[in-house]
Design a protein around this ligand. Sequence first.
Ligand code: KIV
Length: 275
Amino acid sequence: MYTQLQLRDSARPPVTVASLGRMKEQGEKISCITCYDASYAALVDAADLDVVLVGDSLGMVIQGYDTTVPVTLNDVIYHCRAVAKGLVRPFLMADMPFMTYTSKDEALKNAVRLMQEGGAKMVKLEGGAGQAEIVEFLASHDIAVCAHLGLRPQSVHKTGGFRVQGREEAAAEQMRRDAKLLQDSGADVVLLECIPSHLGKEITAELHVPVIGIGAGPDTDGQILVLYDVLDITPGRKPRFVQNFQQGRDSPLAAIRAYGEAVKSRAYPAPEHCF
Ligand code: KIV
């Protein structure tokens, strides 16, 4: 009871939207990772990472689908509830799955379920300017929102696959405008996936909210990776931005900790992980 209040003055106060904002201001990199169950969540907590995402990547790494499209709201709630049980300090964010935010009312109803049933503190949704009204509506109900730009896995059947986004100047300019609009609409965090490093740097400098990157270069305010990529569990060819942190380490905890430290010290991402 009153856990958040009791831990506020402890040596490990829980991460909040406000503390993420302070990390950006102070130039401290934000370490983020995906997670899907309570056991790994306890390891991520012990490794002291800042943010945990129950990503719809669970459709690929847990359920074995080719894309995130088949993932349902109930799937994310199920995994989020488990992850929430393993966490004390990290900030818990959950993905809104494909087609769960097509109208303001649907988005609000489903975000509330992620928070009340899953224990999420922030919801993440994919999309550019077209989602500004939804973000504004959620923000007006005091729901913390992360806006996901760049490569948007829920749209791969429309956009033509898992490819780097924003290489052409027109697309880069559109992304810069979308990021600003989503921030101004109330997004508390922006996540950029698979874009050229220079664009990641420009958007991060332009925004006052924290920007988390995955394959978006070294200059975003924080980095996120899929847990199973960090642990080298995912079979087959990996995206360029993935680093195997399990290599040379004798436990998953050591690997997750090494990843968090590499983000904080700016050792990750290295030039070979960038576009
Ligand atoms: O679903 C997910 O895991 C994500 C990350 C790749 C950022 O959206």
